[in-house]
Design a protein around this ligand. Structure first.
Ligand code: 6PG
Length: 467
């Protein structure tokens, strides 16, 4: 009997859906899960006969053709190390382990080194698109040794999403942790973009006389254009969804958001590398604040919001749409600036156009703006900041007065808009030349002789302050 071409470990929903996707594409697969039930379900759902289930890891590994290709779809963190250690008992020189979870890129770098010492290739593979993406075609962000990648490229490309131009959304990012790094930044942009959607919802809910159906119509208007994409599409559906009793489900969901780590890692990373990603971090912090549920109730009763006259939606529609668009662009500008710095720091030869293309279908960020971003990097592959691209210049100029208007109004109406306002501050800070850091430098030199540079002379100076 011919050997299996790929082995997948972990038959929870994502693993199962990815396995079914591979099976549909004609690949013969070994699937393994510690407990029986998920394994049984996967085999049951497969209509191709291409899945072979194993409850013994040894038999699973032995059923694979060489070099063996094993894909892990398990919880990130310790379980990945534990599984790699178990696999080492059965794998041979040159075999390949792919970790397709949301693993921390530093763990991926470490695992790559540790496993290479044992002649096993380790690839960190970012996968985006949720359950549906895994089943129908996710965006895939592989990283690791290029020769090892050559052994899995065809497989991963076969199951990945394809965009409307036929572009394959499986883009090799770079060595060791690059794939997981790109996925981490993808998720961080996702946090920023989702926060913009949430803040828009809050503005609509608080500043206008509007029900969910009308809000959904507004969102349909906002998503008509280059900001159209998956997250706005599903926002419309979330707004319209009804609960069993006919009320809007959204109103019954607690405003208490969770997170699983990728946004936090990206925020820590941005601080480490000295990259300003305040809009993305605002997405993370807003979730943190949302979780301070009881405290917020206390704040609300001590400092209630004032009463304001409702605004006329027709007067604000276009400004909100433009504010959303520019904030979305700023989220990408910050995310890609982080990637650019990481490329220097970790010696990765990142191709930003290719990364943007990889996001055009299958993933949570998929949307039309990605094509514009691709064009920006096509014109200048070392672009220092997306907002400086001639491709985006007219859009940015057209949108920023609206972002300012929306931010000012929301502040006046006591509506918290941390992502919108951080994005605007980022943009304003970059445009302000000269800025205010001369005062910081003066203060630092005054109290600590930290020295400063001057416009009129080269060098560093300490001033003998007269008082
Ligand atoms: C994706 C998603 C997916 C998941 C993340 C974010 O690209 O398919 O990003 O990976 O939603 O884990 O989760 P949190 O919002 O819980 O951090």
């Amino acid at each position: 009997m011919s050997k299996n071409q790929l082995g997948i470990i972990g038959m929870a929903v994502m693993g199962k859906n990815l396995a079914l996707n591979f099976a549909d594409k004609g690949y013969k697969l070994a699937v393994y899960n510690r407990s029986e039930e998920p394994l049984r379900k996967a085999i049951e759902e497969d209509s191709t006969g291409n899945l072979e289930g194993f409850s013994s890891l040894k038999d699973f590994v032995e059923s694979l053709e060489k070099p063996r290709r094993v894909l892990l779809m398990i919880k990130s963190g310790d379980p990945v190390d534990e599984m790699c250690n178990e696999l080492l008992k059965y794998l041979d020189k040159g075999d390949i382990i792919m970790d397709a979870g949301n693993s921390y890129y530093k763990d991926t770098i470490r695992r790559t080194k540790e496993l290479l010492e044992k002649d096993i290739n380790f690839l960190g593979v970012g996968v985006s698109g949720g359950e549906e993406g895994a089943r129908r075609g996710p965006a895939i962000m592989p990283g690791g040794d290029q020769d090892a990648y050559a052994h899995v490229k065809e497989l991963l490309e076969a199951v990945s999403a394809k965009n409307e131009d036929g572009g394959v959304c499986c883009k090799y990012a770079g060595t060791d942790g690059a794939g997981h790094y790109v996925k981490m930044v993808h998720n961080s942009i996702e946090y920023g973009d989702m926060q913009i959607i949430a803040e828009t919802y809050l503005i609509l809910r608080e500043a206008f006389e509007i029900d969910n159906e009308l809000m959904a119509k507004e969102f349909e208007y906002y998503k008509d254009g280059i900001q159209s994409g998956y997250l706005l599409d599903i926002a419309v559906n979330v707004l319209r969804e009804k609960d069993e009793d006919g009320s809007y489900l959204l109103e019954n969901i607690k405003d208490k958001a969770k997170h699983k780590g990728t946004g936090k890692w990206a925020a820590l990373e941005a601080i480490d590398l000295g990259v300003e990603t305040s809009e993305l971090v605002a997405g993370l912090n807003a979730r943190v604040v949302s979780s301070m549920f009881d405290e917020r109730k206390e704040f609300n009763s001590l400092y209630p919001r004032g009463d304001y006259e409702k605004l006329d939606i027709a007067e604000w529609r276009d400004d909100i749409k433009k504010a959303m668009l520019l904030s979305k662009i700023i989220a990408y500008a910050q995310g890609f600036a982080l990637l650019k710095e990481a490329a220097k720091e970790y010696n990765w030869d990142l191709n930003y156009k290719s990364i943007a293309e990889g996001f055009t279908a299958g993933c949570i960020l998929q949307g039309r703006l990605l094509k514009v971003i691709m064009k920006a990097y096509e014109e200048d592959k070392e672009l220092s900041n997306l907002l400086l691209s001639p491709v985006l210049e007219d859009i940015v100029k057209d949108c920023y007065p609206s972002l300012r208007k929306v931010v000012s109004k929301a502040i006046e109406l006591e509506i918290p808009i941390p992502a919108f306002s951080s994005g605007l501050s980022y943009f304003d800070s970059l445009r302000t030349y000269p800025g205010s850091a001369n005062m910081i430098q003066g203060l630092r030199d005054y109290f600590g002789a930290h020295t400063f540079e001057r416009y009129d002379r080269e060098g560093t100076f300490h001033h003998k302050w007269s008082k």
